[in-house]
Design a protein around this ligand. Structure first.
Ligand code: SF4
Ligand code: SF3
Length: 553
């Protein structure tokens, strides 16, 4: 195996990355290699669907399969090698369907059928051992001697970005919000990766194009969530337990939470959110359920301790899953793209097994002390007080905005983000999103100009909302986003962050501070390009960075 797609990748004296028998996330070598094979097949599917799409033919089922399959390879989503063997074989038959679609479209258009090469022709072996032998030629480093380190670095950024776009696309798709541009954009990036493209300029442009596609994917997801559940409203969320039976839901998929809330109505079971599910409490269509009792625990990396103590079943709807310990493994259920060997996986919307499981477990035996935090500051809630915000900036009551957002992780160096948020001067506002906020969202930030100083915009999936807030404020001030008194402090961990980074770069957002470390797949030469072209800076000392941001240096 070789994998360096996330921030917690291992380090050695040579190439940085996870190799050997298991990655730092717990992904074993077989699963990692099979994920590479699945991605290879998705490239082959994309080669045919791109040709078909150019002739006006497409198949939404094929497009959905590609998004789903690519999503399964995201960090902390699926660790089940057997599942990947099945998906690889399914991908081969999907590829054959895509090929037939292209050939029919060419025939109908009176065009010759082009013979494609590369992943389009890949024939997966019948069993896992055969697939693992084939995996040697499907990994991200394959051909690096010919392609060069820098090209492989940009190809990695493109591949990891496309994983993020596929995740956003899939979340929007399950709520019925789909965009041809997103499917075509995922396909375009995969086709680019199916070739031996090594031109750095072209690869960078492909990355920026994918960033634009991701903006559309995030817009679709925002529309899907707000059309289904209403726009988030500021909401106090209980962060302590309520006496009674309990189910915990983690991950990003709000639709799964809705199905569970409906299924548990009248059962006496309380539903708690975990991790990136926290922002669900702000949506009118979800908060209306009185048994959506509160939020439990902190960020994903603490789950082995917190899940062990939770007195009910736990549902993982998407990332981040880490190895369930024997203390709670039998209480974990996975949905959709998520999986762990030996953990129960639910297909369909029948939650009766989980409900019965919750009824048989003790639940919380007493109420915790009353303690709440505020969520629900999506674009509509923030922009509804735009006049107040603009007035406060103009009269000097608010000096600066910091967006301290992104993923959390287990590595040291992440205290920076806590220090940054907590040390930001009292006349500044801290916007946050993603799971990195768990390091500071129970801290009392107080208010400024009558507004809460900490505004939780939502999940990492809500980066679109933050971008709209920035764009609208910039319009109101008559300046560009880069001229606003706003600094972006981004913590990255997995591949959705790569997609968002590409979007920010494509939109021309400059001077982003990125940490806790820069992605290891970016070579020093590529980092130089990001610094020179886009003003990206690695994080440094929190207080010095706050001062530099406010002085706009
Ligand atoms: Fe390593 Fe991250 Fe890949 Fe897991 S996802 S194998 S931790 S680089
Ligand atoms: Fe977190 Fe996994 Fe990325 Fe959605 S839950 S931000 S890391």
């Amino acid at each position: 195996m070789f994998c360096y797609q996330c921030e917690q990748t291992q380090f050695d004296e040579g190439r940085h990355g996870c190799f050997g028998s298991r990655g730092a996330c717990g992904k074993d070598a077989a699963t990692s290699d099979l994920q590479d094979v699945l991605i290879h097949l998705c490239k082959g599917i994309a080669q045919y669907t791109a040709k078909a799409r150019a002739l006006g033919a497409s198949d939404i089922e094929i497009d959905r399969f590609v998004s789903f399959a690519v999503f399964t390879t995201l960090t902390n989503v699926n660790f089940d090698a057997e599942k990947f063997v099945a998906w690889i074989h399914q991908a081969a038959s999907v590829r054959d369907r895509a090929k037939a679609m292209y050939e029919a479209a060419a025939k109908e258009a009176g065009k010759p059928v082009e013979a494609l090469s590369g992943p389009a022709l890949f024939q997966p072996a019948a069993d896992q051992a055969g697939l693992l032998a084939q995996a040697q030629e499907t990994g991200i480093l394959y051909g690096i001697e010919k392609l060069g380190e820098n090209a492989v670095g940009l190809r990695s950024l493109l591949l990891f970005g496309v994983k993020g776009v596929a995740a956003y696309g899939h979340h929007a798709s399950v709520l019925g919000e789909e965009r041809e541009a997103v499917f075509a954009g995922i396909e375009r990036a995969l086709v680019s990766l199916s070739t031996e493209e090594a031109d750095l300029g072209l690869l960078l442009e492909e990355g920026l194009e994918l960033g634009r596609v991701n903006f559309t994917a995030m817009e679709a997801l925002d529309k899907a969530n707000t059309a289904t559940f209403g726009s988030p409203v500021p909401t106090a969320v209980r962060v302590t337990p309520v006496k009674g039976k309990a189910i915990l839901v983690s991950g990003h998929d709000l639709k799964d939470l809705l199905v569970l809330l409906k299924a548990t109505e009248g059962t006496g079971i309380n539903v708690y959110t975990h991790g990136e599910m926290l922002p669900a409490h702000g949506y009118p269509g979800l908060k209306k359920f009185p048994h959506l009792a509160g939020n439990y625990g902190g960020a994903w990396q603490d789950q082995q301790i917190e899940f062990a103590e939770f007195p009910g079943p736990i549902i993982l709807t998407s990332n981040c899953l880490i190895k369930p310990t024997p203390k709670y493994k039998d209480r974990v259920y996975t949905l959709g793209p998520v999986g762990w060997p030996g953990v129960k996986h639910l297909s369909g919307e029948d939650y009766s097994a989980i409900i019965a499981h919750a009824q048989n477990l003790p639940g919380f035996t007493e109420d915790g002390a009353d303690k709440t935090i505020l969520v629900g500051f999506g674009r509509e809630a923030v922009l509804s007080v735009a006049d107040k915000v603009i007035g406060a900036v103009k009269d000097g009551a608010i000096k600066h905005f910091f967006l301290v957002g992104g993923c959390d992780g287990a590595k040291s160096g992440r205290n920076y983000f806590t220090d940054f948020a907590e040390n930001a001067p009292k006349d500044t506002v801290v916007l946050t999103l993603g799971c990195g906020k768990y390091r500071f969202n129970k801290h009392d930030f107080g208010t400024v100009a009558g507004l809460p100083r900490l505004l939780d915009v939502g999940q990492c999936n809500d980066a679109y909302s933050a971008l709209i807030i920035a764009t609208k404020l910039a319009e109101a001030f008559g300046v560009g986003v880069n001229e606003l008194p706003l600094s972006l402090i981004v913590s990255w961990f997995e591949q959705k962050a790569a997609a968002i980074l590409l979007t920010l770069l494509a939109l021309g957002v400059r001077n982003i501070r990125l940490g806790p470390t820069l992605p290891v797949f970016l070579t020093p030469a590529l980092v130089n390009v990001l610094v020179e072209k886009f003003g990206i800076a690695p994080i440094g000392d929190a207080n010095a960075d706050i001062a530099a941001c406010m002085a706009r240096v």
